[in-house]
Write a new protein. Structure first.
Length: 210
């Protein structure tokens, strides 16, 4: 998993994994912020926590190669982004095409990018929510695995809306990962269709490792 901050989604996924409800095992947490609370959460769950070098940029990794090597060394099959605050590029995206998921706190394609909950709030949206999607080389794009809607209530504040969206995320992400790992699915244009196709396809060399 890749995360940068609080790690409440990491926590939800790690808890689901420890109940055997994720459909897979979390091999490692890779984090770009050495002081991030998510690192401590990983250690508490007994999950290896790594902080590979980030380079000088804030919004991307200077060199993605050490991050890719960390994944390859551990024979990671699928990458889950959960509040990872840097854009990824071809070095990481190409080898994990069709095998990398992200969660975004809006109903995409509405409100992509930073501060999606604030964007929805300031826009006066009546319904917003969260989206789990396959990661492609475009911001908050890629076929949608699942979405959950969250209605704005009279009397809501930005804070109360944030709380409900995070609750929706913590319910949606583990269930979506389980379906993605264990069910059949295929991508048809922009649409991810469950119940058809092969489901997750691992490259032969990595599949050989199980
Ligand atoms: C979540 O709202 C997620 O959708 C977004 O970043 C936030 C991360 O929160 N991509 P946390 O670190 O999982 O608590």
């Amino acid at each position: 998993m890749f995360a940068s901050g609080q790690g409440s989604n990491f926590e939800a996924l790690a808890a689901a994994a420890s109940r055997d409800e994720l459909g897979g095992r979390i091999v490692a947490l890779l984090c770009d912020q050495p002081g991030a609370p998510v690192l401590e959460r990983a250690r508490r769950h007994g999950i290896e926590a790594l902080t590979p070098p980030t380079g000088a940029f804030k919004s991307r990794l200077g060199d993605e190669a050490p991050w890719l090597s960390a994944l390859r060394e551990r024979q990671v099959d699928v990458v889950l982004l959960a509040g990872f605050m840097r854009r990824l590029h071809a070095t990481l995206l190409a080898p994990f095409a069709g095998r990398m998921l992200n969660i975004h706190p809006s109903l995409l394609p509405a409100f992509p990018g930073l501060d999606a909950i604030g964007q929805a709030w300031r826009h006066g949206a009546r319904v917003t929510g969260c989206t789990v999607h396959l990661v492609e080389d475009a911001l908050d794009n890629g076929p949608i695995v699942a979405q959950a809607a969250v209605e704005l209530r009279d009397g809501d504040t930005l804070g109360s809306l944030e709380t409900r969206i995070h609750e929706a995320e913590h319910a949606l992400y583990p269930v979506s990962v389980r379906r993605f790992l264990t069910e059949r699915w295929r991508v048809d244009g922009r649409r991810l269709v469950f119940g058809e196709g092969e489901g997750l396809i691992l490259p032969e060399t990595e599949a050989a490792h199980g």
